[in-house]
Design a protein around this ligand. Sequence first.
Ligand code: XMP
Length: 514
Amino acid sequence: MHPAELILVLDFGAQYSQLIARRIRDLGVYSELRAFNIGADEVKKIAPRGIILSGGPSSVYDADAPLPDPEILGLGIPVLGICYGLQVIAHQLGGAVDPGARREYGRAEVVIRNDEDLFAGFDGKPATVWMSHGDALTRAPSGFESIASSDNSPICAVRDAARKIYGVQFHPEVVHTPRGNEILRNFAFTICGCRGGWDPGSIIRMKTEEIRAAVGEEKVLCALSGGVDSSVLAVLLHEAIGDRLHCIHINNGLMRMRESEQIVELYRDRYHFNLKYVDASGEFLEHLRGVTDPERKRKVIGKTFIDVFEREASDLGGVRYLAQGTLYPDVIESTSFRGPSHTIKTHHNVGGLPERMNFTLIEPFRELFKDEVRAIGRELRLPAHFVMRHPFPGPGLAVRIVGEITREGLEVLRQVDEIFIGEIRKAGWYEQLWQAFAVLLPVKSVGVMGDKRTYESVAALRAVHSTDGMTADWAPLPADLLSVVSGRIVNEVRGVNRVVYDISSKPPSTIEWE
Ligand code: XMP
């Protein structure tokens, strides 16, 4: 099912292609990402109001350069090429792209030569934009005019107003192009004629219809971890199929303080979902004994999860569909636009389950970002406490205890985390952060308490700002807040005598320690 107003983004492999679709959705127009090689016939069927060709790491001269079906540019649908997308337009319509051009990365000033449509509202003023390209356009195809230039790129934006084909060398989708949203808005509204009105309520209507159409009268199983994604997913599924939704919450023993109780309280006792609670903590901790390698931990947890889930799910009998709250950043870190590629971390905790149990996957959030899922959760009136929860990794506290996981270590970490998060909430910082948590280090240090020498563990605190988890900056929490937290931890948690604050950003670090 497609909404009447849709802008299609063709993915040429830029890491942030989906960001373009997301920016368009933020403007109130539905947008989705498709592989670059979608056929012109398929595009005609979808009948988008506009098409955006994303950036990408290739050169149009590469032997295996991703190129779109050439007929797409002749469909009469407005097109905007971004960076590599612009070079594709030039390449297919007879312009010239110079592969030996000077590379340009970072901020640049562009002079706007025409502000009739794409740059409407710029009033001829120069604009700051974000460049990230190797090849550059040296001759626009016939019918095109240059509408912006920079010192390095004399042709850095072009248009063929008659055919409604536009291209920009820079990236309007990133925050480093401050007026980028205006450019995308001009494309969507002025050039493509969209009217807007797409909102979380529309996503819910579209997704519930899709879910109903996909599963018919069948049952759907959902592993409810209690995180934002699975919580919102379960409520959405319940909205779509009611009691045919069956949830399982597996307590893997790696949850934070009182987390499992809160999940059961909300979903079973308050929402009256079909929820099966399984305490498998003993089994998980048994399998994790002696495991210290981070990827090994994830594999052990993933496999144990599958075993437990399989056992518990088979009791329900005859369930064909499994719902997962996979988000776009999970997809991008595990695959490439050409297929599976280098995986930074094994994020898919339930990976392997669908094939083994013959499940068909339902992943309604696959193209969405976390804050879009939060907006859906708010619209579905999920308690703020659940909607605004910080992300929590599937392997839970196991990746926040560096080294071997023990019951004692988990208990210590839970208390440290509870104090840290409690104080952050009290100080009004919680909602401002993407994520905050504590890590227990396998390091002991000397301290002095009363008149006694101590030799106990070190806890690290981490708080980061991020918009999607793909990059992150450490948060400069106020010194007096950190001081209260550290004082409380050392005084109240037995086994910790030193607290340190993590001041690393991603990249080059990751958000989690393991
Ligand atoms: P990193 O540590 O890779 O984390 O910078 C990015 C975001 O992903 C979360 N994360 C995970 N989520 N399973 C998950 O479900 C995992 O194995 C996993 N590892 C990291 C992390 O908390 C952050 O929000």
